[in-house]
Ligand binder design. Structure first.
Ligand SMILES: [Zn+2]
Length: 157
């Protein structure tokens, strides 16, 4: 499963202790989900919030991008299957034809950036339509260390 998470701490509303919040994006059933879960170290007060495929809240996206860096998806060169590409964009992103054309041009030139989960999901949608797509880091990942090629988040335990 493709997922990416970020941990943050805040003050527990129940006891004032340190509450650790674990938030992230993941793909389930071909859709983008986000989730957020918090647990207090002191009193065990915890909760779980989830949304089902709706837009990821901007603060969470920003936190993921800050921690992991942006990813970029682009179509392989030479481009195969522009019709499939347009169809994938329209289905996956609900774009109009004109919007899909401009997104397709972006994909074939500079690529489209987003979080890793967003770009992997788009790449998977493209591949289902027979379009070769690659996902790569859009910029040097902050604090990246060598190793861990599978790249799943296992930070801070
Ligand atoms: Zn507490």
């Amino acid at each position: 499963m493709i997922s990416q998470g970020v941990k943050s701490t805040e003050q527990c509303g129940a006891c004032g202790g340190v509450l650790v919040r674990d938030s992230g994006q993941f793909v389930h059933g071909g859709r983008l989900w986000w989730g957020s879960e918090g647990r207090c170290r002191a009193c065990g007060h915890g909760w779980c919030e989830e949304d089902t495929g709706g837009p990821t809240p901007e603060p969470l996206r920003r936190a993921l991008l800050a921690k992991h860096g942006a990813a970029r998806v682009r179509t392989a060169v030479p481009l195969t299957g522009r019709v499939g590409l347009l169809r994938a964009l329209r289905e996956h992103r609900g774009l109009s034809l004109a919007e899909a054309r401009s997104a397709a041009d972006e994909l074939a030139s500079n690529g489209l950036t987003g979080t890793l989960v967003e770009t992997e999901l788009l790449a998977a949608a493209l591949r289902r339509h027979g379009v070769e797509a690659v996902v790569e880091p859009a910029e040097p990942v902050p604090g990246a260390s060598s190793g861990g090629s599978s790249g799943q988040d296992s930070a801070g335990r």
